[in-house]
Design a protein around this ligand. Structure first.
Ligand code: SF4
Ligand code: ZN
Length: 304
C-alpha cells in the first residue's frame, strides 16, 4: 500500500476517504482536515481566545496540539475530578501539565475536591445520581465558568466522530429530544453567559486521533476512567464500528445526515430553551438555582 500523495509506504488506509497516507503526509493531512472542519462549521475565528478542555487523554491533547500548530491563541483547562483508582486523576493531570510545558502554553487547573468539598466518586453517593451524570454536569459548569472568568471566546473539546455517533445513537434509541436538539459540532454563545462550544475533531475517528497522537509523540494517559468500564457508550461504539466495517463511511453519513436533517424532524421543538442566571452563582440555568449550586449545597449539608 503506497501513499497517495508521495508514493512512500503508507501507514494508514482511510477507507472512508479512499486515501492511503504515509507518516510524513498523515500529520499535515490531519491538521489541514481539522482546519477545514473549523471553517465548515465556523467554529473559530482568528482573534478568538480558545479554552481547550484537556483530560490528559489522546483526543484532547491532540486537539490542543493541532490548534496550536494552526496558530490559534489557546490555553488549557484541566479539571481534577478526584478519581483515585490507580491514581487516574493525578496521572491525567501530570500528562496534561507535561504537554502544556511542551507547547509552552498556560494550563489552568480546577480541583473539584477543593472547590466543592467532595470528588466525583463521593458526589455520586451524596447526590445519588449516576456518576457520569454528576461528572458531566460538574465539567460543563467549570468549563463555562473558567471560560467566562478568563475571557475565552470559544471553548473547544476533543470529542471525535466515535463519541458523537455513539451519543447520537444513544439519544435516538431513547428519544432524548432535549439532548438531540443540543447535539452539534458547534453551539453558539448565549447572552445569558454560555460560551460558544466547538468540537473540531468531530469528523475524525478514534483511530485517526490515536494515530496522530502516536506519530506526534504525544505522551497521553492510556488508562480509561474506571467509571467508563461497561458504559453503554462503549457498547454503542462497538456496534457502530461493526457497521463501519461492513459499510465504510456509515458513521460519517449517520452524523452528517443527522446534522443536515435535524431541523426537519425537530422543527417544532427547536425553539430556544429559556435560560436565566442562577440566583446564587450567576451562571446560566433553566431553574432559579443551577444544578451545580444545588449539588454544592447538598455536599455542605452532608459534610457539616
Ligand atoms: Fe466522568 Fe469518568 Fe464518567 Fe467520563 S467516564 S463522565 S470522566 S466519571
Ligand atoms: Zn449556580
Amino acid at each position: 500500500m503506497k501513499c497517495r500523495k508521495c508514493g512512500e509506504k503508507a501507514v494508514v488506509n482511510l477507507r472512508e476517504h479512499r486515501l492511503s497516507l504515509c507518516k510524513g503526509c498523515y500529520i499535515p493531512w490531519f491538521v489541514d482536515y481539522t482546519e477545514k472542519t473549523i471553517k465548515k462549521f465556523r467554529m473559530i475565528d482568528r482573534g478568538d481566545r480558545v479554552l481547550v478542555a484537556v483530560s490528559g487523554g489522546k483526543d484532547s491533547l491532540a486537539l490542543w496540539d493541532v490548534l496550536n500548530e494552526l496558530g490559534y491563541e489557546t490555553f488549557g483547562l484541566y479539571i481534577h475530578l478526584g478519581i483515585d483508582y490507580d491514581g487516574y486523576s493525578d496521572v491525567s493531570l501530570q500528562k496534561s501539565k507535561q504537554f502544556a510545558e511542551r507547547i509552552g502554553k498556560k494550563l489552568v487547573v480546577v480541583d473539584v475536591e477543593k472547590e466543592v468539598g467532595a470528588g466525583i466518586p463521593e458526589l455520586r453517593g451524596i447526590t445519588r445520581r449516576p456518576v457520569c451524570s454528576v461528572c458531566g454536569m460538574t465539567k460543563r459548569y467549570y468549563m463555562n465558568r473558567i471560560a467566562m472568568e478568563l475571557g475565552a471566546s470559544v471553548l473547544a473539546t476533543g470529542h471525535n466522530l466515535d463519541d458523537e455517533v455513539s451519543q447520537l445513537l444513544g439519544n435516538i434509541l431513547n428519544w432524548n429530544i432535549d439532548y438531540l436538539i443540543q447535539q452539534s459540532p458547534v453551539l453558539p454563545a448565549r447572552e445569558e453567559g454560555l460560551k460558544k462550544k466547538v468540537k473540531p475533531f468531530c469528523y475524525f475517528t478514534e483511530k485517526q486521533t490515536l494515530l496522530y497522537t502516536v506519530l506526534r509523540n504525544i505522551d497521553y494517559v492510556e488508562m480509561e476512567c474506571p467509571f467508563s468500564v461497561g458504559a453503554t457508550s462503549i457498547f454503542n461504539k462497538d456496534i457502530l464500528n461493526q457497521l463501519e466495517h461492513r459499510s465504510p463511511g456509515i458513521k460519517r453519513r449517520f452524523y452528517d445526515g443527522f446534522l443536515n436533517n435535524k431541523h426537519v424532524f425537530l422543527k417544532d421543538v427547536v425553539d430556544e430553551i429559556g435560560l436565566r442566571n442562577c440566583s446564587n452563582c450567576g451562571m446560566p440555568t433553566v431553574n432559579e438555582v443551577c444544578s451545580f449550586c444545588k449539588t454544592k449545597e447538598r455536599v455542605r449539608s452532608v459534610v457539616q
